[in-house]
Design a protein. Structure first.
Length: 320
């Protein structure tokens, strides 16, 4: 039976508020062939994070580094992992007990069907839900299934209806030798950029619809502490690459795909990217010259109302 070692890597910065829960849920995994690696990203809490980690003694492997962000902490863990498979757990998020076991079981099933399958190119991810700082359920994702979708279609739909939660992923270690580690120059899209890099490089995405991960929303998250914006160089690079990649593709549906990217760009507040994608779509098919102006007005109005509702929700339930 396929029973590979899985490395659960937990990057942490000033994490005494949630870290214990994350370590405990890792230790409680029903799949037992695991190692837990904790990387202290230069915490500044008078040694409290380190003290908590040391209390677990030989149950975890511990590395400490100067502060450099989550990507640099993940990369330290990756460079020191002994496992064949990598699983990321943010210090404030949680796994359900069967998370790793269900993912390994899917790999076993794929091996039974095709013993010659290239496991190094398989990516496994699951469904997830969001909790607040106290562990109260906020909402569950309604994820779209990916069976039958090409990697390009997954990339496009992940802008809107496919949720790629970083902590739900299981990656073969070989992918880091193949396409590199997480980008340390990115602070907001470092995880999303990596999932897309896997898709650009023809990795096979396999989806488990069960909710196996809990992501936590709270005021100390990076997206809140560094004032997340829809307009930054990381977003600029991400959208430009996707639009240009789609336009350069030989897919017969690329006009439709560019139209959809334009819609999703508008929904994400990226009007310049939307206009670029729409122009490409109009150059491919004249039908979009009539559709796009109407769609644009409706989506801009929708986004304005949605942002007002979102701000009210965050102020009432997340930042209180």
């Amino acid at each position: 039976m396929y029973n590979p070692l899985v490395s659960i890597i937990i990057p942490v910065y000033n994490g005494t508020n949630y870290l214990k829960e994350s370590i405990d849920c890792s230790l409680e995994q029903t799949y037992k062939n695991i190692e837990i690696i904790i990387v202290n990203d230069g915490s500044t809490d008078n040694g409290e994070t380190e003290k908590l980690i040391y209390s677990y003694k030989n149950k975890v492997r511990y590395f400490k580094k100067e502060n450099g962000g989550s990507s640099s902490a993940l990369n330290v863990g990756i460079d020191n992992m002994l496992g064949e498979w990598f699983s990321w757990l943010s210090h404030d998020d949680l796994y359900y007990p069967q998370k790793i076991e269900d993912q390994i079981e899917l790999l076993r099933t794929k091996l039974k069907v095709n013993p010659k399958i290239d496991l190094k190119k398989q990516v496994i991810y699951t469904n997830s839900e969001m909790i607040d700082k106290n562990g109260k359920l906020l909402f569950k994702w309604k994820n779209r299934k990916i069976e039958g979708l090409s990697n390009l279609e997954i990339m496009i739909e992940a802008l809107k209806v496919i949720k790629l939660n970083g902590c739900s992923f299981l990656l073969n270690k070989e992918c880091f030798f193949d396409i590199g580690n997480f980008r340390e120059d990115m602070k907001l899209l470092n995880d999303f950029e990596y999932w897309y890099r896997l898709l650009y490089n023809n990795y096979n995405f396999n989806y488990i619809p069960e909710i196996l991960v809990q992501g936590r929303m709270h005021s100390a998250q990076v997206s809140n502490t560094i004032e997340y914006s829809k307009d930054n160089w990381e977003q600029d690079e991400f959208w430009e690459r996707l639009i240009n990649y789609t336009f350069a593709s030989s897919n017969v549906k690329k006009g439709e795909y560019l139209f959809r990217i334009g819609k999703y760009a508008l929904l994400n507040g990226r009007r310049i990217d939307a206009n670029k994608s729409f122009e490409f779509a109009k150059n491919i098919s004249a039908k979009y010259r009539l559709i796009i102006p109407i769609i644009s007005v409706n989506l801009i109005s929708y986004c304005y109302i949605r942002e007002l509702i979102k701000k009210i929700y965050i102020n009432m339930f997340v930042r209180k």
